[in-house]
Design a protein around this ligand. Structure first.
Ligand code: ADP
Ligand code: MG
Length: 569
């Protein structure tokens, strides 16, 4: 289709808005144009994080000389012509706004040659107006050079971050395009240095491994799923196992009908499916290519085209979760012990063995809620384990259908207690038990103010306290099931309150503190009944593979590894 200015009625339906916010948005628009032109080799060159220069060179179809100037007119596009076309967009661009928007805020030049044209046309623009036009020798394809972005709009320049930060965004954008179009060769040069070079492959997994690191190479799995109810939805996903999760969210990439999108909701679906397998602060790694009928996705919702609206959002969400969950079941057995160590026989119990839920002698339960065993929500996905015994008064050893399991009794109990406390809190407050004798606790000065300010929260957590003279508190109730001394637990809680809650943390640090102080410790001898109870309760909770602080609760020595190491095979 030749480039034409859209009729006003069609242009009016195009989602207006600012296309050019920062260097990365310029790069994005130029990449879209190159891909729409069928390029399979694209080089991006930036200087000073794109603030000084952005140049995108492709080997695509080029723009015929007669149309090149028109490409810089508002709403001029070769990709759609009618309002109906807006409902079936197959190209990345469609609004005819990128080139004029960029040319309005930077010094732009274009060098473009369709393969059947003998020479390339060169245009140089200033303030959106063509200042120079000539034919030059040049290879087929198109090069757009953007210099001094926002040179004429200093207010917008002020919103930019450092060249390094802007450059980082461009790099991340290229990762996204590279995993979405694995067959296209992408190169990114930053201040003359090649910072990315990949492509020419059919498999997004190969690209992802290349971007992240060799440890991914043979660990990534590709799964495909379709939802055939109604018009078909299809998902192709590349997933990393949970042990290769990353400390940042930047390694999840989504594409809908081969359009790179942010997909906040899609990311939520994936993160949720991974959550039981990941310690806090770790995020999944994966590439998700969704294919949906073209009339079920609205691309025209956001000026930067980075979000789309899906007509059957719920079905897509469910498809994603289903796919990821089932892949993870295969992919993420419990952490496997990678080296065999000699298991020492349990040390003779020096202290009498404890049952799991003692009630402190000087206390009576104020609420029975805590003494109930955890009712099991279903998602633990644990094999049934048979407890064999305790090692070093610290680990519970158990047998499962596929090997030997070693459970860290403190980490496991901490997780169980954490989930119980969370459930109690959701029901309105933690179960408390009254002390027969109120206890006077001396506080260090830094905790006094916290204790006063947070008296209500303390009460919700089971600690009823009153000021008692200067620098002391009277403690009347404590959370049910506390194992540490009340003063010690209260001190730890006030400490956690003083630190506040880190915004990105999913674990509630106050509940984690209480869980820690109401869990059995390493070194506590346990009765066989207590061990069985603990393992059963662990089987029932979600997130059971890690304690609230992110340590694993269970390790597995697989049956096949035992066989191998004993040279039975
Ligand atoms: P849109 O991509 O929405 O059509 P643009 O302003 O980005 O709008 O581009 C205008 C037109 O210029 C495109 O429709 C296309 O015909 C042409 N064009 C832009 N960049 C390229 C390129 N790299 N290769 C070939 N044609 C291009
Ligand atoms: Mg475009």
């Amino acid at each position: 289709m030749p480039i034409r200015v859209l009729p006003p009625a069609v242009a009016a339906q195009v989602r207006a808005g600012e296309v050019v916010e920062r260097p990365a948005s310029v790069v994005k628009e130029l990449l879209d144009n190159s891909l729409d032109a069928g390029a399979d080799t694209i080089t991006v060159e930036i200087r000073q994080g794109g603030l000084e220069l952005i140049r995108v060179t492709d080997n695509g179809l080029g723009i015929p000389a007669a149309e090149a100037e028109l490409a810089f007119a508002r709403h001029a596009t070769s990709k759609i012509s009618t309002a109906a076309d807006l409902g079936r967009i197959r190209t990345l661009g469609f609004r005819g706004e990128a080139l004029p928007s960029i040319a309005a805020v930077a010094q732009v030049s274009l060098l473009t040659r369709p393969p059947d044209q003998p020479a390339a046309l060169f245009l140089a623009l200033e303030g959106g107006v063509v200042r120079h036009r000539e034919f030059r020798p040049g290879p087929p394809g198109t090069t757009v050079t953007v210099r001094h972005l926002f040179y004429n709009t200093p207010a917008r320049r002020r919103f930019l971050r450092s060249p390094a930060a802007e450059g980082q965004q461009i790099l991340h954008l290229l990762w996204h395009y590279a995993v979405t179009f694995p067959e296209v060769r992408f190169t990114l040069l930053s201040d003359g240095r090649e910072v990315l070079g990949c492509g020419g492959q059919s498999d997004p997994a190969a690209i992802l491994a290349r971007l992240i690191g060799p440890e991914m190479a043979d660990r990534l799995v590709t799964v495909e799923q379709a939802d055939l109810e109604g018009a078909p939805l299809h998902l192709r996903a590349v997933l990393a196992p949970p042990d290769l999760a990353r400390p940042t969210r930047q390694w999840l990439f989504f594409a809908v009908n081969r359009r790179p999108v942010q997909g906040r909701l899609l990311a939520l679906a994936v993160e949720e499916a991974y959550r039981p397998y990941l310690p806090d602060g770790r995020h999944p790694v994966g590439v998700f290519h969704l294919t949906v009928p073209v009339d079920e996705v609205d691309v025209n919702v956001h000026p930067a085209k980075t979000e789309v609206r899906l007509r059957r959002e719920r079905a897509v969400f469910a498809l994603l979760q289903r796919t990821v969950r089932s892949a993870l079941l295969d992919l993420a057995p419990l952490p496997v012990v990678s080296r065999v160590t000699v298991v020492e026989p349990p040390a003779p119990a020096a202290q009498p063995a404890l049952p799991l839920s003692p009630v402190p002698p000087a206390a009576r339960p104020a609420s029975p809620a805590d003494s109930r065993p955890a009712s099991a929500p279903t998602t633990g996905r644990w094999p049934a384990l048979r407890v064999l015994g305790q090692v070093q008064n610290t680990y519970i050893v158990a047998e499962g259908p596929d090997g030997l399991y070693v459970i860290d009794q403190h980490a496991a109990h901490e997780r169980v207690r954490y989930e119980e406390l969370r459930a109690q809190r959701a029901r309105g407050g933690l179960a408390a038990q009254a002390l027969l004798e109120p206890l006077v606790v001396d506080l260090p000065p830094e905790h006094r103010a916290v204790a006063e300010e947070q008296a209500t929260t303390l009460a919700e957590l089971g600690f009823t306290v009153e000021p008692f003279g200067p620098g002391s508190l009277l403690v009347r109730t404590v959370p049910a099931g506390l194992r540490s001394g009340p003063a010690e637990a209260l001190g730890a809680l006030l400490q956690a309150m003083a630190l506040g809650r880190p915004p990105a943390e999913e674990t509630d640090p106050l509940l984690a503190t209480l869980a820690c102080h109401s869990a059995v410790r390493a070194g506590d001898p346990l009765t066989p009944e207590a061990m069985i109870e603990l393992v059963e309760r662990l089987e029932g909770v979600m997130h059971s593979r890690y304690c609230p602080h992110g340590r694993p609760t269970v390790l597995r020595l697989s049956a096949s590894q035992l066989e191998r190491d004993f040279q039975r095979r």
